[in-house]
Design a protein around this ligand. Structure first.
Ligand SMILES: *Cc1c(COP(=O)(O)O)cnc(C)c1O
Length: 234
């Protein structure tokens, strides 16, 4: 994708974010855009960065590490948004600023223990499965408070909020995000501090913004469609 197209996509996206936020009575500045650059190369990230985008999301660890290395000079904010296996936690803890998708205590504990000394605490969102499908990752809603409290007590993690990936093509686009927001309120009422709702992708981010999303994770609407990841990745 050339620079002009990427810049135009970014402008269109920012306009849609503004419209959606204002329709919800929100300040558009309270919605942060994470550009999901998985499967796109370092050059694409560099182009988006030159157009003013500073936060990037990656799913596949090996691919991400290569880009992080190549883009050290830019120092963007890196978000790990993929599923996390325990043999990947050390590299994630050492190279990312945020991790969305923590859904068990063991992973949280390893990320905290492996966060290198001298780095700021790793920002964490707990992933919740609000659709209830057995195949999807994420804690069940009734386990969210417990995991959030544990994460909030880990010395090298900073609990930021909740994240979800709802089932696509649902009848009511807002329903899972409404559930996530209600859960966010109940975690706060339980005395655990949160400030982030990581919700919304290319197909449904307006619905997520209407329900209070503070971070939307957008790939396709910015970089175009992806070639599927090769088998065995990550
Ligand atoms: C790939 C991915 C996205 C971006 O999806 P698009 O539909 O391309 O915007 C967002 N969040 C997660 C967790 C992803 O894996």
């Amino acid at each position: 994708m050339n620079t002009a197209t990427l810049q135009a996509n970014l402008i269109t996206l920012r306009q849609r974010i503004t419209v959606a936020a204002e329709a919800a009575g929100r300040d558009p500045a309270t919605v942060r855009l994470i550009a999901v650059s998985k499967t796109f190369d370092a050059k694409a990230v560099r182009t988006a960065h030159a157009a003013g985008q500073n936060e990037f999301g990656e799913n596949y660890l090996q691919e991400a590490l290569g880009k992080i290395e190549q883009l050290r000079d830019l120092q963007p904010v890196w978000h790990f948004i993929g599923p996390i296996q325990s043999n990947k936690t050390a590299a994630i803890a050492a190279n990312f600023d945020w991790v969305h998708g923590v859904d068990r205590e063991k992973i949280a504990r390893r990320l905290s223990e492996q966060r290198p000394a001298g780095m700021p605490r790793l920002n964490v969102c707990v992933q919740v499965n609000v659709s209830g499908e057995a195949s999807k990752s994420g804690v069940a809603p009734d386990e969210a408070v417990t995991l959030c409290r544990l994460v909030s007590q880990m010395p090298h993690l900073k609990l930021r909020g909740l994240m979800t990936i709802p089932e696509p093509n649902r009848a009511d686009a807002r329903a899972p995000y409404r559930t996530l927001r209600a859960l966010f309120e109940s975690v706060r009422q339980a005395g655990v501090e949160l400030d982030t709702l990581s919700a919304g992708m290319s197909d449904d981010f307006e619905a997520a913004i209407a329900e209070g999303a503070t971070h939307i994770r957008i790939g396709t609407a910015l970089f175009g469609s992806r070639i599927p990841a090769p088998a065995g990745v990550p």
